[in-house]
Design a protein around this ligand. Structure first.
Ligand code: GDP
Ligand code: MG
Length: 222
């Protein structure tokens, strides 16, 4: 259950966030926009390491996001559990002009829920909203679907820097809330088990000393 390394050890929160989605939907662009405030019109081949760190401070609380971008394995359908294990959050990106990429998001949601249950916070990002005129996934369908699966839906444009920061902020706040709840629960459980250890002293002298002559359950007898 609480397998994720989301702990708030007084020193702050550490979260792992993965980006998932079909090739070319803009995953790398979204991260680069968020972390380095850059955008490139070309497809960025991420065959190098695709791991980014982002430090945040929300209401005086320090948060470190480890953001994992795929190295393009999605094109070979080769993204497995090793990539997303121990994730606290996932951003499932599709391209609003390409219906197929939205279907792919649904597959990812199923897989993540199956493998990680409710331990992971989900965001669905309809990217490339600057291409609104070429939209092929309706807003209603996407938002309705997100609601159904307990995800939050954002419309983003890495190109125009629209809603990127807001999306990461919302995800981070939800991960913090979840981590706090997990922490509270485990504190409660710790306290409970200590208490149980103390209470397990039975007072045997309270039992009747002599065996009862007419046990009502033992058959009594003639
Ligand atoms: P990835 O394969 O999912 O990592 O996708 P990339 O980040 O490499 O982007 C694929 C292509 O989509 C590139 O040509 C990007 O410039 C383009 N792209 C990414 N985000 C946007 C966006 O918000 N709007 C538009 N119009 N193009 C985008
Ligand atoms: Mg990429």
């Amino acid at each position: 259950m609480a397998s994720n390394t989301s702990t708030n050890n007084g020193g702050g929160y550490n979260f792992k966030v993965v980006l998932l989605g079909e090739g070319c939907v803009g995953k790398t662009s979204v991260v680069l926009r968020y972390v380095e405030d850059k955008f490139n019109d070309k497809h960025i081949s991420t065959l190098q390491a695709s791991f980014f760190n982002k430090k945040l401070n929300i209401n005086g609380k320090r948060i470190n996001l480890a953001i994992w971008d795929t190295a393009g394995q999605e094109k070979f359908h080769a993204l497995g559990p090793i990539y997303y294990r121990m994730s606290n959050g996932a951003i499932l990106v599709y391209d609003i002009t390409d219906e197929e990429t939205f279907k792919k998001v649904k597959n990812w949601v199923k897989e993540l829920r199956k493998m990680l249950g409710s331990d992971i916070r989900l965001v669905i990002a309809g990217n490339k909203v600057d291409l609104e005129k070429e939209r092929n996934v309706t807003v209603e369908e996407a938002e309705e679907y997100a609601k159904q699966v307990g995800a939050v839906h954002f419309h983003t444009s890495a190109k125009q820097n629209f809603n990127i920061e807001e999306m990461f902020l919302d995800l981070t706040q939800r991960m913090m809330q979840h981590a706090d709840i997990v922490e509270q629960k485990s504190t409660l459980m710790r306290n409970n088990s200590t208490r149980r250890n103390v209470v397990v002293v039975e007072d045997e002298s309270a039992e009747p000393a002599q065996p009862s002559k007419s046990g009502c359950c033992s058959g009594g007898g003639s």
